[in-house]
Design a binder for this molecule. Structure first.
Ligand code: ADP
Ligand code: AMP
Length: 216
């Protein structure tokens, strides 16, 4: 059982690597972004409240995302958890430590995926996600084999995210540098941080992630 945080700016490739770990190792992906989008599309009160905040590229409140993670940690089962897009603030990181203690688990590794800002714009504006299975594609670097059809599940429900535009990305990057990047120092100080080159090809990044998990 290995529990890992994938840490990095929007577009660093966290979701792409998380999906591979789910398929390859039976781990459970806990993406607060996916949970919030699900809440939005199912029209819950919380979903409606956070929709505009997400579209502006700001962070939703700590209480909401901590509540979502707590719910999943107590119910989901698998060969370890991948925290994707959580924690994003120091209070969230502290809360995660407490929640893992509560369920008798520990954090084994934090992988920082380093990608420079110029690459992020190109990645985010070309991102397409399957609305059924969550597979992640890119218009240029990783297109579907058949246009408009998901390679993994055959669905034609391929979506672009409402917040995947340059204006929202700029705000999301600002939030990342102000509120999330301090977590790099936080986990470094705890001796849990490993940095990988997120600019490398998907396969190469996956191999670097595998090495960290097999060591942990
Ligand atoms: P995040 O979850 O960190 O926001 P994603 O995994 O959704 O990032 O990836 C953002 C975009 O970049 C997607 O379109 C994806 O196909 C592409 N991508 C992910 N990893 C790589 C990589 N190593 N090289 C090139 N493109 C990548
Ligand atoms: P993501 O899918 O990780 O890119 O997240 C999309 C959006 O969801 C972010 O821009 C935030 O508005 C919101 N969000 C996701 N995870 C968190 C989190 N841990 N804390 C606060 N807001 C979050």
């Amino acid at each position: 059982m290995v529990n890992v945080i994938l840490l990095g700016p929007p577009g660093a490739g966290k979701g792409t690597q998380a999906k591979r770990l789910v398929d390859g190792r039976g781990m459970v992906q806990l993406s607060t972004g996916d949970m919030l989008r699900e809440a939005r599309s199912s029209g819950t009160g919380m979903g409606r409240r956070v929709a505009q905040v997400m579209d502006r590229g700001e962070l939703v409140t700590d209480d909401i995302v901590i509540g979502l993670i707590e719910e999943k940690l107590t119910h989901a089962r698998g060969a370890g958890f991948i925290f994707d897009g959580f924690p994003r603030t120091l209070p969230q990181a502290d809360a995660l430590g407490r929640l893992l203690d509560k369920v008798g688990q520990r954090l084994d590794a934090v992988i920082e995926m380093q990608v420079d800002d110029a690459a992020l714009v190109a990645r985010i504006t070309g991102r397409v996600t399957c609305g059924v299975c969550g597979a992640v594609y890119h218009d240029r670097t990783h297109p579907t084999r058949q246009p408009g059809v998901c390679d993994v599940c055959g669905s034609t429900d391929l979506r672009r995210r409402a917040d995947d535009n340059e204006a929202s990305l700029r705000q999301r990057l600002m939030e990342y540098y102000k509120k999330t990047s301090p977590l790099i120092g936080y986990y470094y100080a705890k001796g849990q941080l490993t940095t990988v080159d997120g600019l490398a090809e998907v396969e190469v990044v996956a191999e670097a992630v595998r090495r960290v998990l097999d060591k942990g």
